[in-house]
Ligand binder design. Structure first.
Ligand code: CU
Length: 239
């Protein structure tokens, strides 16, 4: 019995160390682009928690397997091992614990989804139309139509997404959120750009031959620059 406890304590310590190592490796390999919208922080936090869970599950399986292979290997004894019928407590634990983890992540993801998709006051509406294989943006407030998406920093945006032909997907990796564009239907995407800069919108739904080239520039600019750009667009429209 004392020996069993010793094995259990060693395996637990190895699992803790292995979890931490796997997490560190995954965290350094899976480098995320800069988080450029307010919604990115909770998404990154959830991503991080999933990486911890993945690292733990990996460690749990691999450590027990390797520990058993090495420590309990047959040392010249080719006979059958001791017969074990089962362990009720263990079976209850490995059923109930994953249930709680599942419910926790389900609750976590659902409440966060409601939170990051809720309507914000004073949303700026921009329509984006995907087509094989380019994007077109229209701004209902000015009537402007552009091939570059220009947005004001710190201003909540509501994108109205449509498609001219097949399924596409509006995705800016720095914004984390993404949404399909569906022919004959409007889909919505909300985010609040918080970092001034130039980003790349890519299509994230396989949509035909030039899918990989279906990109557009997204510029997040300061408020005064945005007002200037708007007045330039209006002036062009009146010409
Ligand atoms: Cu595509």
């Amino acid at each position: 019995m004392a020996n069993n406890r010793r094995h259990f304590i060693i395996a637990t310590l190895l699992i803790i160390v292995c979890t931490w190592l796997v997490y560190e490796v995954l965290d350094s390999v899976l480098v995320k682009p800069v988080a450029a919208v307010a919604e990115a922080a909770p998404i990154d936090e959830m991503f991080d928690q999933h990486i911890w869970l993945i690292a733990f599950l990996f460690a749990l399986v691999v450590v027990f397997m390797c520990y058993a292979l090495i420590v309990f290997r047959a040392r010249g004894d080719e006979g059958d091992g001791e017969h074990i019928h089962g362990n009720g407590t263990l079976e209850i634990v490995w059923t109930v614990v994953p249930c709680f983890i599942l419910v926790y992540f389900g609750w976590y993801a659902t409440t966060m989804l409601f939170d990051i998709t809720k309507e914000l006051p004073d949303e700026y509406v921009v329509s984006a139309e995907g087509r094989q294989w380019s994007w077109l943006f229209s701004y209902p407030d000015t009537g402007a139509v552009t091939e570059v998406l220009v947005l004001e920093v710190d201003k909540p945006v509501r994108m109205h997404l449509t498609s001219d032909d097949v399924l596409h997907n509006f995705w800016v990796p720095e914004f984390r959120v993404k949404q399909d564009t569906v022919p004959g239907k409007i889909t919505y995407l909300r985010f609040t750009p918080t970092v001034i800069g130039e980003y790349r919108l890519v299509c994230a739904e396989l949509c035909g031959r030039n899918h990989s080239g279906m990109e557009a520039v997204v510029r997040v600019v300061p408020s005064d620059e945005f007002k200037l750009w708007q007045s330039e667009q209006l002036a062009q429209l009146q010409e």
